[in-house]
Design a protein around this ligand. Structure first.
Ligand code: ADP
Ligand code: ZN
Ligand code: MG
Length: 484
């Protein structure tokens, strides 16, 4: 029997506000800040304190929801989700349950199979929990609690179970990460846990409507882990069913070392949480005016930009996405392109996405394409296109531009890098070189044809790489034929 996967995603996004969701504590970097250095009686859950909602967090939530084409709820309600865990100082999490910030959105994925709309079920506001570190040393085991993260604003985005393949899941995760970055809501650092993607996976025989039993995967903290985790879980479930066994509803964790999932807990139902409206917070009312302002202020969205790059520049979906995801690089590419009429897009793409970044790699500098003036790079491409310098000299000039910030033409002139395209001169150079390499010439004549490359290299070396390579090859061929 053939099975298909059915997947729905829950994504938690920490929001880059200055302060926490319901108190004035600063949001700090949890990987580096001193534990429990950003805590107050409110986020520590002391009795008698009162939460006050962070307006910026609402604004961020609205922006994401609007970008996902959701219906924004004019009135949304905060609830208490009760459960006991040491990282949850109040004994409950403030979240939105029955009436979330927004519902019924959509996102247009572009996969190898074409465009597919994934429906967004809901987008709601909540607060993060603290962080536990489990220590096991010298025969003692205990847990450390850090409340710096407790009360940090979170946005939860839940899809309908519309995904069928791991590729769709990956593209969604990439799109969503780019979105929260574009909107300034989140840094997108999966490794730091500031964006957490939790797939719910079930399988069913192809053609059946009814959904199978789902399993949720947690702690997938990279795109790689997400892809592997989803593939692993789909296979595990299909094998169970094929063996006549049943999938049990549970939450599993991803183990990076064994590349497999392990059971964490069998799933609670909503009634286990005893949800009820948060009595300390009034309903959140979002005015029509506010919603309109948010919608009007949305920037070009990542998937819109991808389409524009594909259409205007004739780039493939993955090339276009590369420029979208590396936002600064995309902006830079557009600048260079504007200054380079008549230069093929493909040439610009190669220089901007390969030659330029390699200079940063070599010098181990943080990548900032604008370090090389976009107009200067365009000028450089012009010099190559008109034959004033060759491709390889172009790379030398770029490296020099990277170091000195000088314009291309100046560098070419100062260093005498102009291409040698004079046929007579090239002919003379080839003749000289053959005289000096009589032994190699003999080898060639006795049938070692690949000596040609060596001879070609000799001419290029003599000219410091400045000779026009096509002309050198042609001339070399002529003289070798003659010498036969
Ligand atoms: P829970 O309350 O357990 O979190 P929800 O009903 O809120 O469950 O759904 C969570 C996510 O799981 C949603 O993205 C939803 O689309 C998805 N989902 C629900 N049922 C299934 C299923 N049978 N198979 C795959 N995904 C599912
Ligand atoms: Zn606080
Ligand atoms: Mg869930």
């Amino acid at each position: 029997m053939d099975y298909e996967a059915v997947i729905g995603l829950e994504v938690h996004v920490e929001m880059l506000t200055k302060s926490k969701m319901f108190c004035a504590c600063q949001v700090v970097d949890f990987t580096s800040a001193k534990p429990n250095s950003a805590v107050c009686p409110i986020c520590a859950g002391h009795p008698g304190t009162l939460p006050v909602l962070n307006g910026k967090a609402v604004e961020f939530g609205l922006r994401v929801a609007a970008a996902l084409k959701c219906e924004l709820n004019p009135v949304s309600i905060f609830s208490r989700k009760n459960y006991f865990y040491p990282d949850l100082p109040k004994g409950y999490q403030i979240t939105q349950y029955e009436q979330p910030l927004a519902v019924n959105g959509q996102i247009p994925l572009l996969t190898s199979a074409g465009t597919k709309i994934i429906r967004i079920h809901r987008v709601h506001l909540e607060e993060d929990t603290g962080k536990l570190t489990h220590v096991d040393e010298n025969g003692e085991s205990y847990s450390l609690v850090d409340l710096n993260r407790a009360g940090v604003p979170l946005l939860e985005i839940v899809t309908e179970p519309d995904f069928r393949t791991g590729e769709e899941v990956r593209v969604y995760a990439e799109f969503l990460r780019a979105l929260v970055r574009y909107l300034g809501v989140n840094s997108g650092d999966l490794e730091k846990g500031v964006m957490r993607i939790e797939p719910n996976i079930s399988v069913r025989p192809v053609g059946r409507q009814k959904l199978g039993t789902k399993v949720e995967i947690k702690n997938l903290n990279s795109f790689r882990a997400l892809e592997r985790g989803v593939a692993y879980e789909i296979n595990r479930q299909i094998e169970l069913l094929q063996a006549g066994k049943k999938v049990i509803q549970e939450t599993v964790g991803w183990n990076e070392n064994t590349q497999s999932t392990f059971s964490q807990r069998t799933k609670e139902d909503a009634h286990d949480y005893r949800y009820f409206p948060e009595p300390d917070l009034p309903p959140l009312i979002v005015s029509r005016r506010w919603m309109e302002d948010v919608r009007a202020s949305l920037p070009e969205l990542p998937w819109e930009r991808q389409q524009r790059y594909m259409q205007n520049f004739d780039l493939s979906p993955s090339e276009a996405w590369y420029l979208v995801d590396e936002k600064a690089l995309g902006k830079y590419f557009e600048e260079v392109q504007k200054f380079s009429p008549g230069i093929p897009i493909r040439t610009i793409f190669t220089w901007v996405t390969a030659e330029l970044p390699s200079l940063f790699n070599i010098s181990a500098q943080p990548f900032d394409p604008f370090k090389v003036n976009a107009k200067y790079l365009a000028d450089l491409l012009g010099l190559i296109a008109s034959g004033q310098i060759n491709q390889n000299t172009g790379k030398t000039v770029l490296a020099e531009m990277f170091l000195s910030g000088k314009p291309a033409a100046g560098i070419v002139q100062q260093q005498g890098l102009s291409q040698i395209s004079d046929r007579d001169e090239i002919s003379r150079l080839v003749t000289e070189m053959l005289l000096e390499n009589a032994a190699e010439l003999k080898n060639y004549q006795s049938g070692k044809l690949n000596v040609v490359n060596f001879l070609f290299g000799q001419v290029m070396r003599r000219t410091g790489g400045k000779a026009n390579p096509q002309l050198v090859r042609a001339e070399l061929e002529i003289q070798l034929k003659r010498a036969k």
